[in-house]
Design a protein around this ligand. Structure first.
Ligand code: IDP
Ligand code: MG
Length: 150
């Protein structure tokens, strides 16, 4: 089963939107298998956002993500990566349709509330940055046959 890393970034935590983000992913049917509140430090921010190091927004992004606590979660589903990103919307909230987290709750790209891994490979790498293997739990949900056929 595919897993993806979801972050509620400092703006989402400060604005009291942690529950809202969790609720949307829960209601969609994804399964929560890991969760923690943490203060991301410079080193972790650098590893998480390594692909963006040469971008003009990099410094501001690292300053922002390290500025206040973040909620990190692992969500599981068939196609979890795509499903979570659909539920989040586009990177730029002003281009995100209503009904998405960013489209309903955000205005600007530098304060877009959430992060979602962009591929299965990125998800594995990113989950490894935030979670020990034993912190990601395997468990059964009795409602799963009411969400998917298999
Ligand atoms: P994603 O979060 O939708 O995967 P990425 O392109 O991977 O988007 O960018 C990572 C994060 O960097 C974005 O979520 C956003 O917070 C920030 N970011 C991306 N582009 C810009 C920009 O042009 N200005 C400010 N921040 C940006
Ligand atoms: Mg990305």
């Amino acid at each position: 089963m595919e897993q993806t890393l979801v972050l509620v970034k400092p703006d989402g935590v400060q604005r009291g939107l942690v529950g809202e983000v969790i609720s949307r992913l829960e209601r969609r049917g994804l399964k929560l298998v890991g969760m923690k509140l943490l203060q991301i430090d410079e080193a972790l921010a650098g590893r998480h956002y390594a692909e963006h190091i040469d971008r003009p927004f990099y410094r501001g992004l690292v300053d922002f993500i390290t500025s206040s606590p973040t909620v990190a979660m692992v969500w599981e589903a068939e196609n979890a990566v795509i499903l979570a990103r659909q539920t989040m919307g586009e990177t730029d909230p002003s281009k995100s349709p209503p009904g998405t987290i960013r489209g309903d709750l955000g205005i600007t790209i530098g304060r877009n509330l959430v992060h979602g891994s962009d591929s299965s490979e990125s998800a594995k790498r990113e989950i490894g940055l935030f979670f020990q293997p034993r912190e990601v739990l395997a468990y059964e949900r009795n409602l799963d046959p009411w969400i998917t056929e298999s």
